[in-house]
Design a protein around this ligand. Structure first.
Ligand SMILES: [Zn+2]
Length: 129
């Protein structure tokens, strides 16, 4: 389970957990930000499973965004600092900083829900090619 989570957070291929899901590994570099390879360079897993496959990842990113807002709210209440201005300001900052990663990790979560881990994936792929 912890391996699944770590591979999801590191934006790795869900099948082999070694290939990268995104061409551009720098979260805060805009150029080529959305680009994903057509398939995993290590195990050949298809990353463009079907047209519109990643629309579902939007729901994941909504969920993460809401979780972040709730976390900001809770932190302010716990530290007795709550004011609506501060809440909105912090939300803005947190979301601005987190959004590129949230976008990528949502896709990573989404594809990991659909594709099962196969410890022999790379071996099999190499035998085929
Ligand atoms: Zn792979």
């Amino acid at each position: 389970m912890s391996n699944t989570i770590s591979s999801v957070l590191r934006l790795k291929c869900p099948k082999c957990r070694q290939g990268d899901l995104f061409c551009n590994k720098k979260t805060y570099q805009y150029k080529g930000f959305f680009d994903m390879p057509k398939k995993c360079p290590k195990c050949g897993q298809d990353f463009q499973i079907e047209t519109g496959f990643y629309y579902g990842a939007m729901y994941v990113s909504y969920a993460i965004t809401i979780a972040l807002i709730v976390a900001v709210f809770t932190a302010l209440v716990v530290f007795n600092l709550f004011s609506i201005e501060l809440f909105l300001l912090l939300d803005f900052i947190v979301l601005l900083v987190a959004l590129p990663y949230v976008f990528k990790v949502s896709r990573s979560i989404w594809i990991a829900l659909m594709i099962k881990y196969d410890p022999k994936a790379i071996e099999k792929y190499e035998r085929k090619t």
